[in-house]
Design a protein around this ligand. Structure first.
Ligand code: HEC
Length: 207
């Protein structure tokens, strides 16, 4: 009887010791994200970031990649290789972050302007076709007129991927048959090779 009791006591003691170990980390006072606090005058528990500080891993040491600028001037081209994966990534980001205003094909006919927001310009104008890639990066980073900035929502790599996709969209609306290889052109011509008009249509497409 007595031995039984002491065994229970020993087990209870062991459990308490284990619980104490757990307590140290998990149950210490702490704030949950966005939990209010009356310790700071602004009522928030989290402190704002000190101006000019940069989180580890946040910048790449490649100023063009991080800012779209080269020596302070808007740059052109891409800071990385534009692969199929990059364009696909840009496609999904564009559909999430841009298409609601700019439209899925970038013609400015998104749902938000249809409901009264300022209508964005089409990407299929000479002005935006010839605008350097760094301009698009800058618009996404800092906003442009009525368009808000997206730098806190879209990281620099994804901003570049979106630009690659915008370039693909621009090409899709402004392609020239002369840009194709002869095999691609043969493919393009093949389904039309049915009637009299084929020759003339192909001529027209070649400009
Ligand atoms: C909430 C709607 C909205 C969203 C979302 C939006 N834009 Fe815009 N965008 C606009 C409007 C409106 C303008 C025109 C602003 C003006 O002229 O005041 C504009 C202008 C632009 C321009 C043209 C700048 C120029 O030189 O004329 C570019 C490029 C652009 N946006 C890119 C993007 C990209 C890329 C995204 C996605 C990351 C995006 N926008 C998301 C509304 C939006």
């Amino acid at each position: 009887m007595f031995r039984g009791k002491s065994r229970i006591a020993a087990v209870a003691l062991a459990l308490m010791t284990l619980a104490a170990c757990r307590q140290k980390m998990a149950n210490q006072p702490r704030y949950d994200p966005y939990e209010p606090s009356n310790f700071f005058a602004d009522g928030m528990s989290a402190r704002p970031r000190i101006e000019g500080t940069v989180a580890r891993g946040e910048i790449s040491n490649n100023p063009f990649l991080d800012t779209g600028k080269i020596n302070g001037q808007i740059g052109d081209g891409f800071p990385m290789a534009v692969t199929r994966e990059v364009i696909d990534r840009g496609h999904s980001r564009f559909d999430i972050y841009c298409a609601q205003c700019h439209g899925r094909v970038g013609n400015g006919m998104g749902m938000i302007p249809a409901r009264g927001y300022r209508r964005p310009p089409s990407f299929h104008t000479d002005k935006l076709r010839t605008a350097p890639t760094g301009h698009f990066f800058d618009v996404m980073t800092n906003g442009f007129g009525a368009m808000p900035p997206y730098r806190t929502m879209i990281n620099p790599q994804d901003r570049w991927a979106i630009i690659a996709y915008i370039r693909a969209l621009q090409l899709s609306q402004n392609a020239n048959a002369a840009d194709l290889t002869s095999e691609q052109r043969a493919q393009l011509d093949a389904p039309a090779a049915t009637g009299e008009g084929h020759g003339a249509a192909a001529e027209g497409a070649h400009h």
